[in-house]
Write a protein that binds this ligand. Structure first.
Ligand code: GLA
Length: 693
């Protein structure tokens, strides 16, 4: 029996005697059970210290061609380039053990770099470029394989931390003696610059949107000495901070480059600061394993190994094993095609249009790439702009839509106008997709089906809700009209979608057609990825289609973004130019739940809070969930050390999860793809890599 029929039946049996209008409203249910779909590889769970530690080793090794730089006097010896106690990646945890140097990983990406100033919000083109250049205080990607009892972020640039007795401060010890890829020391100055002049400066938004609220309201950071900083909190022991210190939100940029370009210390405008290091500014100093040494617009970004990388394997080999990284600037769909065909090396298979063909090719004996499906952690949602007081400066038409968006009946009407089963099937047939209610994704730790409110498809019910919102087709043209006091014209709303992904476009087109059937005229606003992000963050949209972020997978990453916990945390609702919020009562409630979650350390309480979050978010349609499905990791078979069961997305994307600095290609499988063999990055801003000679 369909949920629709079941609901009707329940209503009738309960003797509900609804009025004419109410009779048409179909009540919410629990979401449908997803079709069985077994993830292919299970990770091997280990405690965190099985993966890595910090210690001094007796001796260190590096590629021969790098030794030549040392011999030529162009580079200090490796032990002087490494920290006193480097981060040691344990070879015992590497699936294939210690690696050998050489070869290239050929990525293909659909994004385009705006520049290298990720601290000030430049996109580097995604697809692992940013993950490869940015290192953060803690590391979260590899946590997919950490056993639940030991689950907490891995130390990274922060080699350790301790809580004060009252739990109100966290003292953070930075790795000592690590250097940026140009040899400049990494220390508290970099961390404090990021905090004082990036996070705290309302004019600057780092790549993943960190703002003071990300770290808990009222949190401060103080320099203790060159390698120690201290967080002070207004709540007790908010362990959430360790995740906020991870990918996206606490990855400091090089202070020695950024300070002279920052408006507080130069004549630059904020826009000039953001764009001070465009993609053709080569050799931009990074803490990551590879440094950008070549950029050809719409063609390629090439990166060479960072001779100052501060991680080694437990045999003393300086990492990474791979000498070069390519990012072919193409499309995301091409990434799948090339990885499966063997002309690219890596893909997160996340666009269902490519599933069937990729599976078929991967099953062939001579397939160049291995493909492994994981859990259902890719979701798509339809998100309303909920600001009624001016965020994004709406014109009169847009303001009208905002007012409708703030009406629960309008949101319910939208939800019930969408046949999510059919929407999923329009992407791919088979057991992949499942209707998504919104909120936390199914197949995730905090998801609780019983706490999830799902509004089933029913055109009748949608229309009844629209009528409750005052919308009726008064002129008989098939499109609902606004109430007289709102002007009486046809409802016309825009739907913004990201054209970098075919999936987003397909989902958006499906939504437009279904809403049209329900009497809502939707015009598509299709934007390339970087423009989409900028337009969203500026609040200039009515509704948008978007893939879900990590906060809806893990609950513990980017948690502040789960609700308008601060003026700039929610992508659905930010403050207006005056800094004022006009939260709806359910948004206030959501924000409080999330704040409580962020300051709690009681596992049981956290679980309960997330259940409550799920109910309030899905019941009130804080975003209308559309569809959820699994993704597959595709990696060329010549690479060794790919951990079994690596999800394409969880705490971070697979580019972090696989720990690329430990991937290698065995000698007999090495291919000749290096574009700049025997070279290292040159000085910042110089024209490309340099040779030892
Ligand atoms: C994009 C891609 C993802 C992943 C991330 C990494 O978002 O769609 O698959 O590669 O970049 O930053």
């Amino acid at each position: 029996m369909t949920t629709f029929k079941r609901t009707l039946l329940t209503m009738l049996m309960a003797g509900a005697a609804p009025g004419a209008l109410m009779a048409q409203i179909v009540e919410p249910t629990a979401p449908p059970e997803p079709p069985a779909f077994a993830a292919q590889g299970a990770p091997i769970f280990v405690p965190r210290d099985a993966i890595q530690g910090f210690r001094k080793l007796d001796s260190y090794n590096e590629p021969d061609f790098v030794k030549a730089f040392v011999e030529a006097g162009k580079l200090p010896p490796v032990e002087e380039r490494l920290p006193a106690e480097p981060l040691v990646m344990e070879t015992a945890n590497m699936p294939d053990g210690a690696g050998v140097y050489g070869d290239v990983m050929r990525h293909v990406i659909g994004g385009r770099p705006e520049g290298w100033n990720y601290a000030a919000g430049n996109s580097q083109g995604w697809g692992g470029i940013d993950i490869g250049t940015m290192e953060c205080l803690t590391r979260v990607g590899p946590l997919f394989q950490v056993e639940p009892e030991d689950l907490a972020p891995l130390p990274n640039l922060a080699k350790g931390w301790e809580w004060s007795e009252d739990g109100k401060s966290l003292t953070v010890h930075l790795v000592e003696g690590a250097k940026w890829s140009d040899g400049d020391p990494f220390d508290a100055a970099d961390v404090m610059f990021y905090w004082d002049h990036i996070v705290q400066d309302p004019e600057v938004t780092p790549l993943n949107g960190a703002n003071p609220g990300t770290f808990g309201e009222g949190t401060t950071l103080t320099r203790v000495d060159d390698f120690t900083v201290r967080f002070d909190f207004t709540t007790e022991r908010p362990e959430q901070i360790l995740y906020a210190m991870g990918y996206g939100t606490f990855c400091p940029g090089p202070e020695h480059m950024l300070r002279p370009a920052h408006p507080e210390f130069s004549d630059n405008s904020y826009e000039e600061f953001r764009n001070a290091f465009p993609p053709d500014f080569l050799n931009f100093p990074v803490m990551g394993a590879w440094v950008p040494v070549e950029y050809r617009p719409d063609d390629i970004v090439v990166m060479r190994r960072n001779p100052y990388y501060w991680k080694v394997d437990s045999d003393g080999n300086q990492l990474p094993y791979l000498d070069e990284m390519h990012y072919r600037l193409s499309t995301w769909a091409d990434r799948d095609i090339q990885a499966v065909a063997g002309t690219g090396d890596f893909s997160n298979l996340e666009q269902p249009a490519n599933f069937v063909e990729s599976l078929r090719r991967a099953a062939e004996e001579d397939a160049p790439a291995a493909l492994e499906f994981g859990p259902r952690i890719i979701g798509y949602g339809l998100y309303p702009n909920l600001s009624g007081n001016g965020w994004g400066e709406p014109d009169e038409r847009a303001q009208t839509i905002r007012e409708l968006n703030r009406n629960e009946h309008f949101r319910k009407g939208i939800a019930q106008a969408l046949d999510r089963q059919r929407l999923g099937e329009s992407l791919v047939k088979g057991p992949f997709t499942t209707p998504y209610a919104g909120g936390l994704l199914p197949d995730t730790t905090y998801f609780d089906r019983e706490s999830t409110v799902f509004y089933p498809y029913s055109l009748e019910s949608a229309k009844a809700h629209f009528a409750e919102a005052g919308l009726e087709d008064t002129d008989g043209n098939g499109i609902l009209n606004l109430p007289k006091d709102m002007g009486g014209s046809d409802v016309v709303m825009t739907l913004m979608a990201n054209t970098d992904y075919g999936t987003d476009r397909t989902v958006a087109e499906g939504v437009v057609a279904m809403l049209q059937d329900a009497g809502i005229n939707v015009s598509l606003n299709l934007l390339a990825g970087n423009d989409f992000d900028a337009t969203r963050d500026a609040g200039r949209y009515d509704w948008r289609i978007q893939r879900t972020g990590t906060e809806l997978v893990t609950g513990v990453q980017n948690t502040a973004n789960l609700a308008p916990t601060g003026p700039n945390t929610s992508q659905l609702h930010m403050a207006n130019a005056e800094g004022e919020m006009d939260l709806l009562p359910f948004e206030e409630e959501l924000a409080q739940i999330v704040r409580d979650f962020m300051s709690s350390n009681d596992a049981e309480e956290k679980t309960e809070l997330m259940k409550r979050y799920q109910t309030v978010a899905t019941e009130n349609l804080y975003g209308v969930g559309l569809t959820a499905y699994p993704g597959a990791l595709v990696v060329n078979k010549r690479f060794a050390n790919v951990p079994q069961g690596t999800p394409i997305f969880m705490f971070n994307w697979a580019e972090d999860n696989v720990m690329r600095e430990r991937l290698f290609v065995p000698e007999d499988k090495q291919q000749n793809h290096e574009l700049h063999p025997e070279t290292l990055p040159g000085a910042p801003g110089e024209d490309g890599p340099v040779t030892a000679g």
